[in-house]
Ligand binder design. Structure first.
Ligand SMILES: [Zn+2]
Length: 98
């Protein structure tokens, strides 16, 4: 008999075993994607990458941010995208993922 439990898609849960905090990762994610980390921060890059590999919520956050940046870049080459556009893109992505 199949006793599979539905809905438990993230067995790892939040990877915050005292090493890298989700908040810290998200906080640095933007600088990380911008490649604007200082020499000091670069030490954290492997930690961020490792955390992303273990933490589904943060990985999804990263994916969304990457997609948003790509779409924004194409939508308004060179120009800074208005916040409203970002919000709309974010919303459409999260809505699509259901
Ligand atoms: Zn995390």
């Amino acid at each position: 008999m199949s006793g599979g439990r539905c809905g438990d898609a993230a067995p790892e849960g939040r990877a915050r075993s005292g090493e890298t905090d989700c908040e810290e990762v998200i906080d640095r994610l933007y600088a990380f994607l911008d490649e604007e980390l200082s020499a000091e921060d670069e030490v954290d890059v492997p930690r961020i990458q490792r955390h992303l590999a273990e933490c589904a919520p943060c990985l999804r956050e990263r994916d969304v941010e990457v997609v948003v940046r790509e779409v924004v870049r194409r939508a308004c080459a060179g120009d800074h995208a208005p916040q409203s556009l970002r919000v709309r893109i974010m919303t459409s992505i999260t809505t699509t993922r259901g």
